[in-house]
Design a binder for this molecule. Structure first.
Ligand code: ADP
Ligand code: MG
Length: 183
């Protein structure tokens, strides 16, 4: 099974920009992955019971030539390779890679829920996905993603943090949306 996946990328430990960059490079460097789009970066407040630093977040859209389960295990490898220590659940992390969407798949499997079960409650996931495709529909609830954003309160802070330059990820003309290849 192959499909198009949105991957949530986040870091709030060490050099968060560099961690997100290296995470993106590792994902799109895999032979099963083809780059489609990368959102800009956002600085976001942590949504966690554990006090910790702000995050940098972005969303990466790829075509994946294998199963969602294989994608999850590959993302865990990349997290581990970049030094992720899972000691504290919801704690600070050098790199968090989540499967947000996989085509229109709705999946409830042990250790893998797609769409990501909390993405519609998190600005740091919604905003970058909507930047890539403002017309996204949540496949489980069949509701436009943009509607969830309007229901989240001001306690979740999010601010633009610029783009990862296309040449840093080795993708000529890498842009925030698929339609815009001129910038
Ligand atoms: P979170 O990303 O929710 O803050 P973790 O990265 O520690 O927390 O992930 C916790 C668990 O979530 C992982 O062990 C993974 O098996 C599970 N999980 C379930 N669905 C997904 C998904 N769509 N993407 C990534 N992880 C998922
Ligand atoms: Mg995760």
């Amino acid at each position: 099974m192959a499909g198009v996946a949105y991957i949530g990328v986040g870091s709030n430990l060490g050099d968060a920009f560099e961690n997100c960059l290296q995470g993106v490079i590792a994902v799109i460097g895999n032979e099963r992955a083809t780059f489609v789009a990368l959102s800009s970066l956002y600085r976001t407040s942590p949504v966690s019971p554990v006090a910790q630093a702000d995050f940098l977040n972005c969303a990466l859209k790829i075509a994946w030539r294998s199963t969602p389960r294989e994608l999850l295990s590959f993302l865990r490898e990349v997290e581990t390779g970049l030094g992720r220590d899972r000691a504290v659940r919801f704690g600070p992390r050098t790199l968090d890679l989540d499967i947000l969407f996989f085509d229109d798949l709705v999946l409830d499997a042990p250790g893998l829920t797609i769409p990501h079960p909390r993405l519609h409650q998190r600005k740091f996931a919604l905003v970058p996905c909507l930047e890539i495709d403002p017309n996204l529909i949540h496949p489980r609830f069949r509701r436009p993603l943009v509607e969830y954003l309007n229901e989240i309160g001001d306690e979740q802070k999010i601010a633009s943090f610029g783009r990862i330059p296309a040449d840093r990820i080795g993708v000529a003309g890498a842009v925030n949306t698929e339609g815009n290849t001129s910038g």
